[in-house]
Structures are given as C-alpha cells and as structure tokens.
Write a protein that binds this ligand. Structure first.
Ligand SMILES: Nc1ncnc2c1ncn2[C@@H]1O[C@H](COP(=O)(O)OP(=O)(O)OP(=O)(O)O)[C@@H](O)[C@H]1O
Ligand SMILES: [Mg+2]
Length: 256
C-alpha cells in the first residue's frame, strides 16, 4: 500500500508499520486506506431477473480477517467473486489497493499475483499431480522451474501432504483436496485469500485443521483473509463478521 498519508509524521509520534492500528481497548482505528472498497455494488443475473447484490458498500483493511455469513442465496459467493475479480458488477465500483477493477482491461495478472482462491469445488485439475496443481499460479510469472518446485514443496509440506505430492486429486480425500487447494492458493504469496466455505464439506477435525492453516497464514504473513461460512463458530473466529441478506450488508461487527 502507499504510505503517502504517513510521510509527514515523525517517527516519535508514529510507530509505523504496514497495518498500523491503535487499540484503545474498545475499537481499533485504522489510519490507512482500505485495501478493498466496494461502492454501491449491484449484481444482476439473467438480464436483471435475479438481483444477487443490491447495493453493497464495504471497506476491508489490509491484514483483516473477515467472515461473511448469511442465508443460502443471499449473495455471499457473488460478493466473493466480485472481490476476486472473477466477475464484474452490473453497477458500482470495486477498488483493490487503489486499482479500480472495472477500469482494468486485463485482470488475470492481478488475480494471479494478488489473490488466493479457496473454493469449495477446489477446481483442481484432475490429470495433474498435487505438485503440478500447486504450481499453477506460478506459471507465466517468470519464475524458474526449479524455484517453482521449491516453492510448491514448501507449501505442500506446510499443509502436511508431502507423502501425496505425486498423487492425482481423485486419489485424495475431500480434506486432502482442500489442503491442496489451500497450498495452491498460497503458493504465490497472495495479499488476499478468499475462501468460500472452506470447511463446508469436511468433518469437524479436518475443518479445524484447514481453518487453522488459513488463520496461521493470516497471522504469520498478515494476509487479508475473507471467509464465507454457514458455521457461526467459524464466523466468530474472525475479527469481524459481515452478515449478508438479500444482496445487502445487514450487519457488520467486530468480534471482541
Ligand atoms: N450464474 C448465475 N446465474 C444466475 N443466477 C445466479 C448465478 N449465480 C448466482 N445466482 C443467483 O444469485 C443469488 C445469489 O447467489 P450466491 O451464489 O451468491 O448465494 P450464496 O449466498 O453464496 O448462497 P449459498 O450459501 O447457497 O452458497 C441466488 O439467488 C442465486 O440463485
Ligand atoms: Mg455460495
């Protein structure tokens, strides 16, 4: 993020770090610009017969861990897809790190460099090994194949799948596939992780492990983590919970 706002402050009065926040006991005040901003975002499907998002305004700051909850069909996945630049809003604007997503012609580099997606349907490529699946986001980045392998190995180890790295996804359990998807989402050091029901189809033990993995990445690397979930316990682990209903934000609270 740019530090322009902070330049004229001297070091004594301003202990600067990238996610500077002052905790006065009740609230955290952020002095930086939001990482993600949505302005009056609307999304219609089927020529307007379905209104999935109905005027969403939202600021999310760098390094936040946010959960998104709401009934089925309320627009959660649609919202995540908009933030991840996978689809365009019908109206409104989305900024990420100062970039107006609607004004960019080609968002594929942006997605690859900045965003890690963990979706419930994994989107793993069936005929590629775990190792190759995890390296996908590194293709076309100019990284040498040796470095790509090294990086993929690190992430595969981090999710505890070293013994399975030559396997194809159809030989893995659902939880293992989810871990591959997380390794892939993190391999390019994204600044934002978007996870759509990452624990939805998993037993509670595996779900907890996946969640811990995501939270560890958030804590260790200050990754901005946004998780859609139906599970209130999962939602409450986040620092902030946003409730969506009928394509609108109906509640936005900090979980202290
Ligand atoms: N590609 C699409 N074409 C038409 N309608 C869609 C499309 N995607 C989503 N919708 C509709 O938009 C609304 C919001 O869908 P969305 O997938 O965002 O809900 P959700 O909150 O993620 O629900 P769930 O909890 O069931 O995953 C729903 O009414 C859905 O039927
Ligand atoms: Mg959904």
């Amino acid at each position: 993020m740019d530090n322009e706002n902070h330049m004229d402050l001297n070091d004594d009065e301003y202990v600067y770090n990238e996610t500077y926040a002052e905790d006065d006991g009740d609230y955290e005040y952020y002095y930086e610009d939001p990482l993600i901003s949505l302005f009056d975002v609307e999304k219609e499907y089927d020529n307007g017969s379905v209104r999935a998002l109905n005027g969403v305004n939202l600021d999310i700051f760098e390094g936040e861990f946010v959960s998104i909850i709401g009934p089925s069909g309320s627009g959660k996945s649609t919202l995540l897809n908009m933030i991840g630049a996978l689809d365009n809003p019908s109206r409104g604007e989305i900024y990420i790190d100062g970039i107006n997503l609607q004004k960019e012609k080609d968002l594929s580099d942006f997605r690859r460099e900045r965003i890690g997606f963990v979706f419930q349907l994994h989107n793993l490529i069936p005929n590629l090994s775990v190792m190759d699946n995890v390296q996908i986001p590194l293709l076309h980045t100019g990284m040498s194949s040796k470095d790509m392998k090294k990086r993929a190995n690190e992430l595969i180890a981090a999710v505890g799948l070293e013994s399975k790295k030559r396997q194809k996804p159809n030989k893995l359990s659902g939880g293992e596939r989810q871990r591959v998807a997380i390794a892939r989402a993190l391999v390019n050091n994204p600044s934002i992780i978007l996870a759509d029901e990452p624990t939805g189809s998993l037993d509670s033990k595996t779900g907890k492990m996946i969640l811990n993995l995501l939270m560890e990445m958030h804590e260790r690397y200050n990754v901005t983590l946004i998780i859609v979930t139906h599970d209130n316990d999962v939602a409450n682990l986040a620092e902030r919970t946003i409730k969506i209903k009928d394509g609108r934000v109906i509640e936005d609270k900090y979980n202290y």
